[in-house]
Design a protein. Structure first.
Length: 132
């Protein structure tokens, strides 16, 4: 077990999912992967190959391009081995950002599968309730 995995072993799956996202958003992508990603990991983002390394490299590239990225978790829900996290993600503080939902499937204490769905926040919306 790595040092990162030892530190996180007492967290709930919901806390692990949120911690993973916070680490990635802050540019600590490899640390997030060491602590939370299973060797059997796969993902469903249609813009990248489905393996762990392809997504990790894309996350690192995004972190390098957006060093002031902000992630504000609005809601996290856990049911058995699945966690859904609804967040407001901004590439920089001036960005309107988007509403993003990450769905994690855990096996044991590690993430084995990930889905992400995002919707940009429009400048003008007729919806008085907003995105959050």
């Amino acid at each position: 077990m790595s040092k990162e995995q030892q530190v996180t072993s007492n967290l709930s799956l919901k806390e692990k999912a949120v911690s993973f996202l916070q680490l990635v958003a802050s540019g600590k992508v490899r640390e997030a992967y060491r602590a939370y990603i299973s060797p059997d990991f796969c993902h469903h983002n249609p813009y990248f190959r489905g393996d762990a390394e392809s997504l990790m490299l894309a996350m690192e590239e995004n972190a390098n391009m957006n060093p002031h990225k902000l992630l504000e978790v609005k809601l996290a829900i856990q049911e058995r081995d699945t966690v859904a996290v609804h967040s407001h993600v901004k590439q920089n503080p001036e960005d309107l950002g988007g509403a993003v939902v990450h769905i994690f499937r855990f096996q044991g204490n590690q993430i084995v599968e990930l889905w992400d769905i995002g919707h940009p926040i429009p400048e003008d919306s007729p919806n008085e309730n907003g995105m959050f």
